[in-house]
Each structure stands twice: as C-alpha cells, then as structure tokens.
Design a protein around this ligand. Structure first.
Ligand code: FMN
Length: 211
C-alpha cells in the first residue's frame, strides 16, 4: 500500500483491546521513524518515553483525557522535549555530529555560535514552543509508520502534563511532556469512530496555488 493509502487507513482510535499487544518489533519501527525525523538544526530536542508497564500506565490514567486509551493500549509513547535549549546541549549534539562524520570538532562553530546567540535571546517558554514543534514532526512520522505496519494508534494532547511529568520523573531528566501517542490493537466493538468516514477539507480549499 502507498503512504497515501496507509494514511487513509489510519484513524485516531478511541478504544483498544486490553488483551492484545503490539509486537516489540513494530514498536521499535515506530520509534525509529520518530528518531529519524528531521529537526531544526538537527538538534533532536525530544525523546520518546515508552510505557508498557501496567502499574505505571495505571498511574497515568488520572492525567488522561482518554483514560480508556491510557489503560487499554499496549504502549504509551510520550514525546517529551528538552525544557530549554542551552549552549552545552548544542555543543553535545554538534560534537557527536562531527565525531560521527570524522570531522574536527568545531567544524560548525560559526553556525553553532549563531544558534546559541539566537536561543539565548529567547525565553525558555519560546524555546520550548520551538522544541515542541520538532517533537510533532516525530509524532507525524511515528503515526505514518504505525499506519504502514497496520498498527492502531491515537495521537493525544488531551492530558495533564504536570501529572505525566511527575509520574515519569521527567523534570529530573530535564524534559517536559509534549504529546502522547497511544499504540495498541483497536477494539472494534468499542472503537465507535472506526466506521465513520475520514473527513478532511477538500484539496481545493486546502491548497493555495500561485502558478
Ligand atoms: C496533536 C493531536 C492531538 C490530538 N489529541 C487528541 C486527544 O487528546 N484525544 C483524542 O481522542 N484524539 C486526539 N487527536 C485525534 C484527532 O482528533 C484526530 O486525529 C482528527 O480528528 C482526525 O481524525 P483521524 O486521525 O481519525 O483521521 C489528536 C490529534 C492530534 C494530531
């Protein structure tokens, strides 16, 4: 199936079968798609926290707008971003990049100096907004990868980030939750939205062309 057909196939699942689980192999592929996402300046300022542990999921339920999804999906992927950018983090990424490419450290100094000056001018909140935008690219690719694998999922912003961050100990890791992806096997009997048509604005209303 083509990417378009897979995107037509997927939908935001409302109820998962608690007795079925997605294979580790497929979870790994979904995470890999997020890891390969392009990010601004290649900083990859987010991580994916994978929660399969039922006891931890149970603690997260209170912070979910879709408590059934939290409880019954087989894996909760929490996309969590750096709390802020810093010169040190930028150096860490660029040192890794030059090392892996066999280039001298500092090869990109003129660019990273500009980048450090640019993030230093902005508030932590403004920087976090930018960080979150990178995480959403990862989410998009993860959703597309899940669709290709015919793995059911639901993206979700409906959660209490304070509770999620606290349960997962994200603050200590210098991270803040941004968006969740529930992954599991849909329960057709309760996934009420499944039979409904996918609705999108018409292409002519979506695209503005200057030819
Ligand atoms: C960033 C984002 C956040 C979303 N948050 C929620 C959510 O909290 N709960 C939920 O049931 N659906 C959520 N959705 C699902 C959307 O409602 C759904 O993707 C949209 O209606 C289009 O339907 P489809 O994905 O089934 O094609 C979210 C989707 C995205 C992309």
């Amino acid at each position: 199936m083509s990417l378009i057909e897979n995107l037509q196939w997927r939908h935001a699942v409302k109820a998962f079968d608690p007795n079925q689980s997605v294979s580790q192999e497929n979870i790994d592929k979904i995470i890999e798609a997020a890891r390969l996402a392009p990010t601004s300046s290649g900083l990859q300022p987010f991580k994916v926290i994978v929660v399969k542990n039922q006891a931890i999921k149970a603690q997260l339920v209170a912070g979910a707008l879709n408590p059934d999804c939290m409880k019954e999906c087989s894996h909760v992927l929490v996309f969590a971003g750096w709390q802020d950018y810093s010169a040190e983090k930028i150096d860490t990424v660029y040192d890794m990049t030059t090392d892996e490419r066999g280039l001298p450290r500092g090869r990109f100094d003129s660019y990273t100096s500009m980048l450090k000056a640019s993030v230093a001018k902005k508030s932590a909140d403004e920087n976090f907004e930018h960080i979150a935008r990178q995480a959403y690219i990862g989410l998009g690719l993860a959703l597309a990868q899940a669709a290709e694998l015919k793995v059911d999922s639901c993206p979700a912003e409906g959660f209490n980030p304070k509770l999620i961050d606290e349960v997962l100990g994200l603050e200590k890791l210098g991270l803040k939750s941004i968006v969740i992806m529930y992954v599991g096997v849909a329960d057709p009997a309760r996934d009420w939205i499944a039979p409904m048509a996918k609705v999108r604005v018409a292409t002519e209303d979506f695209v503005i062309e200057y030819n």
